[in-house]
Design a binder for this molecule. Structure first.
Ligand code: ADP
Ligand code: MG
Length: 282
């Protein structure tokens, strides 16, 4: 199964991706996560360091695919999740779609592309061009990360439009939204009422997640490095389990191969009217 995780910049795509990857691995799946953001930090909390990107490795070897070994570009991460970073096109030049295409091509040459039960693409931003929509060409499901705010839902709506477009020629479905870093969900609910799609989970802002990012670990791994004091230790275990369960729940939903939807996105005017009191008044 191939998954593509999309959402506005900084919304929590990589955090969500890493934790879903581990959750799927915990369910016995062989998982590869491919970071497709020029920020190339998608897999940071899985490996604990910034791994070399495919594009850097290819250019160091003058694009001689035959000189590249799987261990040059595929790194083992926490929980048995394998990790790849596609890297970025040169800033102001090049194309994100080309980078993703080269990555898939190389993984196929290395016989790695069809070796996994799950490949998760963690993709930059709000799909403003066909290049960054490229991972949708390989995906069975798109997952959108959003918060309860206008900007992330605006991006979500554009991603929904891309899924609708790609689904015309390819068996792609939108698995649904994941609400992240929000305790409220009124705007998310308004949006999915107008543009029906599942909401897989809604996660609050969790201080431990922010801290775990700084430490280069996921919460699954943090549960293994606990304070020695028993009472504090138990409290931390309970809290971490509570958070990890959000991700295990998402993984379990995906493993049922849900029907998903082919969304019918809203027009910009409909979206502004829906999500903004101001627009309702004028
Ligand atoms: P993206 O990949 O969408 O650019 P990241 O996953 O890198 O975003 O997340 C951006 C920042 O937000 C990171 O520092 C991360 O630790 C933090 N973060 C993500 N989700 C949460 C959450 N639910 N609670 C608290 N902090 C979060
Ligand atoms: Mg990211």
């Amino acid at each position: 199964m191939k998954l593509a995780v999309y959402g506005k910049g900084g919304i929590g795509k990589s955090t969500t991706s890493c934790n879903i990857s581990i959750a799927l691995a915990k369910r016995g799946k062989k998982v590869l996560q491919i970071g497709c953001d020029p920020k190339h930090d998608s897999t940071f909390t899985l490996t604990g360091f910034l791994i070399p990107t495919i594009i850097d490795t290819l250019s160091a070897k003058d694009y001689h695919y035959e000189d590249i070994w799987p261990e040059d570009v595929i790194y083992g991460g926490y929980g048995g999740v394998d990790c790849v970073e596609a890297g970025g096109p040169p800033a102001g030049a090049g194309c994100g779609g080309y980078v993703v295409g080269e990555t898939v091509k190389l993984l196929k040459e290395l016989n790695a592309f069809f070796e996994y039960d799950i490949i998760l693409f963690d993709v930059l931003g709000d799909v403003v061009c066909g290049g960054f929509a490229a991972p949708l060409n390989y995906a069975d499901y798109c997952i959108i990360v959003t918060d309860n705010g206008f900007d992330a839902l605006f991006a979500a709506n554009r991603i929904a439009a891309s899924v609708r477009e790609k689904a015309r020629t390819h068996p792609l479905r939108l698995a649904g939204l994941i609400g992240n870093r929000t305790s409220k969900r009124d705007l998310i609910d308004k949006y999915v009422f107008a543009c029906p799609m599942p909401v897989l989970e809604v996660l609050p802002l969790i201080e431990e997640i922010r801290v775990s990012r700084v430490k280069g670990k996921t919460l699954f791994e943090m549960s293994n490095s606990l304070p020695t004091d028993n009472s504090i230790k138990n409290a931390v275990i309970n809290q971490n389990d509570y958070i990890c369960n959000f991700y295990l729940n998402i993984a379990d939903q995906l493993l049922t191969e849900p029907e998903g939807v082919i969304p019918r996105e809203l027009s910009d005017k409909e979206l502004f009217t829906l999500l903004s009191d101001f627009y309702l008044k004028v």
